[in-house]
Design a protein around this ligand. Structure first.
Ligand SMILES: Nc1ncnc2c1ncn2[C@@H]1O[C@H](COP(=O)(O)OP(=O)(O)OP(=O)(O)O)[C@@H](O)[C@H]1O
Length: 644
């Protein structure tokens, strides 16, 4: 610096100050206001103003501020007066002619009796730029903090995801678009027996998914997991296996979900679970259901068989008799069975009213549903309603649980009201309502239930008379008496007696496994008797006679004189014309012909399935002994017939 600042100072200080002037960041000028002359300018000032130092030293202060002299004078004067002053009213000219926006800070510098001004210039534009930069920097610093926070959040999420992956019970693994494994969670490691390190970075399909359970190769282009990258769809699969490291299969159910990055599929995540136990349970269940089906089928068959058995027992052919009365009854059965009409069967006790009712039921379309019999004479008066309609628990004292009534049991079938005349008057109205409307309520319950029941009633009383006496409701009588059938007493159809007797005797012979014969004399005595107990009585007499039989001869005990003597079996009375009674020779011939016919039908086969014994429903050994006893000579099987 050419100008000696503060000349009173020691030389080293003067030098130091000159250096400070030289290196100051702020542009600084030293000028003499009185001489209007710039004395010196530091390099920063030269740069700011665009002049070199030498030129500036020759420049007048007023030239630098051309056109601003008043403001320059004011400022200079203020510095001289106050010792220091600031202004930004002055805009010196840059060497290029452009005026600069500066802030001036002037201070008075006394030098050798002169008053000089040391002027520091601050570039306002530069200062503003610095502020902006500082603000931007502040902003940036703040932004970084925000970014760091966001990053921390992401890290937390990632950590949570890792925790979730680790905690998940399902096996989870990821694959990238090249089919390489990107991660494997611990559950997947556990289920597959592979460690994550052994799988990550490798194609997983050839390691765990290479073969179907049945041993067929599983090409990766068929694999739904890889398909997820191709079609971008979620694939849900059940019934496949993954292979464990130890070579055993594990049944899995899995979902392969594609992962997209800005719309592009970059891989898939596979979530799977071990379903071996479920499959095992399913298989057991299927096996159990198949077993249930098999048992049900067997039961159905058994049921059909039993139903058939019951039918055989009770079909109309079970009604024995050739009398006109029986023929008429059979015609009536045939006529009324297919209808839904109520039937009233009247007749003395033991004449076969129930048998007729069963015959109607069996010949009707309801035969696959039950016939439910209610013996109205056997029900205590107070239990009638519950017996008919059922009750709910607590409906009355002693009603410990719900009970279904006869009407519900007979739903779809037939209700046989035996001894219908015994129904108490107060219940007759309710009975009528059910028969008319098909609705009823269980005792103690409000709910109305619907039933579809066909009624068949039977009575040995004169119901018409009961109606006249006010003991039976007339409307109910008409309702039940839609189709009357009369069951004729045995004494009015005597020709049926020997047939019935023989029928019961056959049954007894079979049960007692002994050959019992009904002699003509027995038949005659039985026919003469009046049978007040009708068929039931006849049945009892034959049963008793069979038990008391000696050497195959029956001992028939009848209450009257005609039957009081035991049968001698010696009477050789020819059957009366029209009677079906056979002599024992006839019966033998009949049996012989029957066996020959059976043998012919079975091509001479006696034993086993399709044999004559099976056809005749007797034991093969019994048949063999009868064949011998009757002198039937069996022909070789396949020949035209049998001799005899
Ligand atoms: N025509 C017949 N053929 C074969 N058995 C018969 C015949 N009629 C009656 N029975 C037999 O006689 C017995 C009495 O018959 P059933 O019970 O049907 O008479 P019921 O008129 O209903 O008697 P009750 O009025 O006393 O109830 C039964 O064992 C039945 O099988």
């Amino acid at each position: 610096m050419d100008v000696a600042l503060g000349s009173t100072a020691p030389p080293q200080d003067v030098e130091l100050r000159a250096t400070a002037f030289e290196f100051a960041v702020e542009p600084t000028l030293l000028f003499d206001p009185h001489a209007d002359q710039i004395l010196d300018a530091n390099p920063a000032a030269c740069t700011l103003l665009g002049y070199d130092r030498a030129l500036l030293r020759q420049t007048k202060v007023s030239t630098l501020h051309s056109g601003q002299l008043p403001a320059l004078i004011v400022f200079t004067q203020a510095v001289l007066d106050k010792g220091a002053y600031w202004t930004n009213a002055l805009t010196p000219r840059h060497a290029t002619g452009q005026s600069l926006r500066l802030e001036y800070a002037g201070s008075l510098l006394p030098q050798d009796g002169r008053s000089l001004v040391l002027l520091t210039m601050s570039d306002l534009d530069a200062r503003r730029r610095r502020y902006v930069d500082a603000a931007a920097e502040d902003h940036m610093r703040g932004g970084i903090a925000t970014w760091q926070r966001v990053e921390r959040v992401f890290q937390d999420i990632e950590r949570e995801n890792q925790l979730i992956l680790r905690a998940a019970g399902e096996g989870i693994y990821g694959v990238n678009a090249e089919g390489k494994t990107t991660f494997v969670n611990p559950a997947a490691e556990r289920m597959l027996g592979w460690a994550a390190e052994e799988l990550v970075g490798k194609e997983i399909h050839p390691i765990v998914h290479h073969t179907h359970h049945d041993g067929r190769h599983y090409p990766d282009h068929d694999c739904p997991i890889y398909a997820a990258f191709r079609d971008g769809a979620v694939h849900q699969v059940d019934g496949e296996v993954f292979w464990r490291k130890d070579g055993t299969p594990v049944w899995v159910e899995y979902t392969s979900t594609p992962i997209r990055d800005r719309g592009v599929v970059v891989g898939a995540v596979i979530v799977f679970r071990d379903v071996s136990q479920r499959r095992e349970a399913d298989e057991k269940l299927h096996a159990a259901l198949a077993e249930v089906d098999r048992l049900r089928e067997r039961l159905e068959l058994e049921n059909a068989y039993l139903q058939e058995e019951i039918r055989i027992e009770t079909n109309p052919r079970g009604i024995i008799g050739q009398s006109e009365a029986i023929q008429k009854t059979l015609r009536q059965v045939k006529l009324v069975a297919p209808t839904t009409a109520a039937v009233m069967i009247t007749g003395e006790s033991g004449t076969g009213k129930e048998l007729i009712a069963r015959a109607i039921h069996e010949a009707s379309s309801r035969r696959d549903r039950p016939l439910i019999r209610v013996n109205c004479a056997a029900i205590p008066r107070e239990l009638f309603e519950s017996e008919f309609f059922g009750h709910v628990r607590g409906a009355f004292t002693g009603a410990m649980r719900d009970r279904i009534g006869r009407f519900e049991l007979a739903d779809g079938g037939t209700l046989f009201l035996d001894e219908v005349g015994e129904i108490p008057l107060e219940l007759q109205g309710k009975l009528l309502r059910v028969l008319q409307e098909g609705n009823f309520e269980r005792v103690g319950e409000e709910r109305t239930r619907a039933v579809d029941v066909r009624a068949i009633a039977a009575t040995n009383r004169d119901l018409k008379q009961e109606v006249q006496r006010g003991r039976f409701r007339e409307d109910l009588y008409f309702r039940l008496n839609v189709f009357p059938v009369e069951s004729v007493p045995l004494r009015e159809r005597r020709e049926d007696i020997p047939l019935l007797a023989q029928h019961f005797l056959n049954r007894e012979s079979k049960a007692l496994k002994s050959e019992l014969r009904l002699s003509e004399g027995d038949a005659r005595r039985l026919t003469r008797y009046d049978w007040p107990g009708n068929v039931r009585e006849l049945q009892n007499v034959i049963e008793r006679a069979a038990i008391l039989a000696q050497n195959g001869r029956l001992r028939i005990n009848l209450p009257d004189a005609a039957g009081a003597q035991p049968s001698t079996g010696s009477a050789q009375v020819k059957p009366e014309a029209g009677s079906a009674v056979m002599t024992s020779a006839e019966m033998r011939a009949h049996e012989r012909a029957n066996i020959v016919a059976a043998l012919q039908a079975c091509s001479g086969k006696v034993f086993g399935p399709g044999g004559a014994a099976e056809m005749l429903d007797i034991k093969p050994t019994t048949l063999a002994s009868r064949i011998k006893a009757l002198g039937i000579a069996p022909r070789p099987r396949g020949s035209a017939g049998l001799s005899g």
